[in-house]
Design a protein around this ligand. Structure first.
Ligand code: BES
Ligand code: MN
Ligand code: ZN
Length: 511
């Protein structure tokens, strides 16, 4: 992982491979943002016009590199666009800072050390810059660069052997009040959070032949030990004994058997318990209702919900939050085979309800249902499940926004607002009661599919059937933002993004 250091000294005297400054889009060309005064001075106050000559405008995500003049120790100044200049009494928002820091960190991959002189006065701004830089510096190299790479640094030329560039080695936040308690805490929070987001990204990006349910459970067990989290793993035998028909039904077609993992972080002074439930389909082929080519290449991402829950519990533990957080990872591989569940089969779920499986590709709701019923038994103060659940939610909200459904309007609003604070795009979605009857089954208590229209909401209504009376519950459908197929932007890399983790951590903190 990229290292982060706070420094009180100015940018000019620092030895680094580059100095990062911010520029905003003004009415008359780029405006050098606060934090870069010393750098601008080394340019005789002409940094803005030099950048304009080079075509810079200050637009969000724009990166312009300039050789340093005498007076700066670092050889290169990298100007990153922050978007529009904030209003008179406003400061730069946290998300523009996060994105700019991320774009700069990505542009500096292969370098050892960069000094960031972005407008980061407040603890909140320091945290945003730190988060953006550490998330933007992410790279998944474990499977590139020849057999000697092993994902590690070679420490030499800034490249993995024969492979792509290594991420930026060290981020130095300059001009920060590094002895200020709040600033220090903000940096520590950013380090813990981004390390766990990046670990979740690694899990999502790990190919499904390596990240089986068993392998995922082993990662969770090891991380639990390291962070004082209690971990329990139910294997296929324990699942059969316990009557987890949903998880077993989805996993029974695969040579890699399913798991249910319970992670429990507790604090002695905690007054409340938050339960998090994650969909952990390590690969979703669709099962007997096989997905066509073109729809299955990225389905290693179908465990992103479980990865998010795992990361959130570990982060809560690392931050020592005064709340109990229980994480449930519903892990299975959805494969077609002679032992697979058939369309038409009826499963007896952990709750005792029966489900007619009309489409084996609607598997996420089956594993989640069992985990939700189990989570409800412990009567937590609230449950949030996270899942790459439906293509319909991607059609509704696009690739960057997750949907929030809930059985409690206030709770849904709270999560929406916390997501906004965390810099994650989300939108509240309804659970219209009229869509329930589409899941009526002539054979079982409910079918795992209903009307095609509003498919994301239908899935939410299915889950709602497994929430015990009186328990506050929300469902996050992250099918759009969990996995990024386009070009990287801001702090978002290609592949696994770590969607919803920052929101879940905010929620745990708010308890
Ligand atoms: N894992 C998919 C949903 C998905 C789609 C995730 C695109 C990420 C990107 C899920 O298991 C699924 O296949 N859902 C079906 C449900 C349908 C059969 C009722 C869908 O959305 O098509
Ligand atoms: Mn599916
Ligand atoms: Zn799925």
């Amino acid at each position: 992982m990229t290292a982060l250091t706070l420094s009180t000294s100015g940018a000019a005297s620092l030895r680094a491979d580059a100095i990062v400054v911010g520029i905003a889009k003004g009415a008359k060309g780029p405006v050098v943002a606060p934090g870069a005064e010393a750098v601008d001075k080394a340019f005789d106050g002409k940094l803005g016009s030099v950048l304009e000559t080079l075509g810079a405008s200050g637009a969000e995500g724009e990166v312009t590199k300039v050789p340093s003049p005498a007076g700066l120790k670092a050889p290169v100044v990298l100007a990153v666009g922050l978007g529009p200049v904030p209003g008179k009494d406003d400061s730069y928002g946290t998300e523009p800072l996060r994105r700019a820091a991320g774009s700069a960190a990505r542009a500096l991959s292969g370098r050892k050390k960069a000094a960031f002189a972005l407008p980061a006065e407040s603890a909140e701004a320091v945290e945003a810059v730190a988060e953006g830089a550490l998330l933007g510096a992410y790279a998944f190299l474990a499977y590139q660069g020849g057999e000697n790479n092993g994902g590690g640094r070679n420490g030499g030329n800034g490249k993995a052997e024969n492979g792509p560039k290594l991420p930026l080695g060290e981020v130095l936040l300059v001009g920060t009040k590094s002895r200020d308690k709040a600033v220090k805490a903000a940096a520590d929070r950013a380090i813990a959070l981004t390390e766990e987001v990046n670990r979740a990204r690694d899990l999502v990006n790990t190919p499904p032949n390596d990240l089986t349910p068993e392998a995922f459970a082993a990662v969770a067990t090891a991380a639990g030990k390291e962070n004082g989290i209690k971990v329990q793993v139910l294997d296929e035998k324990a699942l059969a004994k316990g009557g987890y028909g949903g998880i077993l039904g989805v996993g029974q077609g695969s040579a890699n058997p399913p798991r249910l993992v319970r992670l429990s972080y507790t604090h002695p002074d905690a007054e409340k318990t938050l339960a998090l439930v994650g969909k952990g389909i390590t690969y979703d082929s669709g099962g007997i209702s096989l997905k066509p080519a073109g729809h299955n290449e990225t389905m290693k991402c179908d465990m992103s919900g479980a990865a998010a829950v795992f990361a959130a519990v570990v982060t809560a533990a690392r931050l020592g939050l005064t709340v109990n957080v229980t994480g449930w990872l519903a892990l299975a591989e959805n494969m077609p085979s002679g032992s697979a569940t058939r369309p038409g089969d009826v499963l007896r779920m952990y709750s005792g309800k029966t489900v007619e499986v009309l489409n084996t590709d609607a598997e996420g709701r089956l594993v989640l249902a069992d985990a939700l019923t189990r989570a409800c038994e412990e009567k937590p103060d609230a449950i949030v499940d996270v899942a790459t659940l439906t293509g319909a939610m991607v059609l509704a909200l696009g690739n960057r926004t997750f949907g929030i459904m809930a059985n409690d309007d206030a709770f849904r609003t709270t999560i929406h607002e916390l997501a906004e604070e965390a810099g994650e795009a989300s939108w509240p979605m309804p659970l219209p009661a009229d869509l329930r009857k589409g899941m009526d089954s002539p054979t079982a208590d409910i079918a795992n599919m209903g009307e095609r229209m509003g498919g994301g909401l239908v899935a939410g209504l299915f889950l709602k059937e497994f929430i015990a009376e009186g328990i506050t519950w929300a469902h996050l459908d992250i099918a759009g933002p969990a996995f990024h197929e386009g070009a990287p932007y801001g702090y978002t890399p290609k592949g696994g993004t770590g969607s919803a983790i920052r929101t879940l951590v905010k929620l745990a903190e708010s308890f």
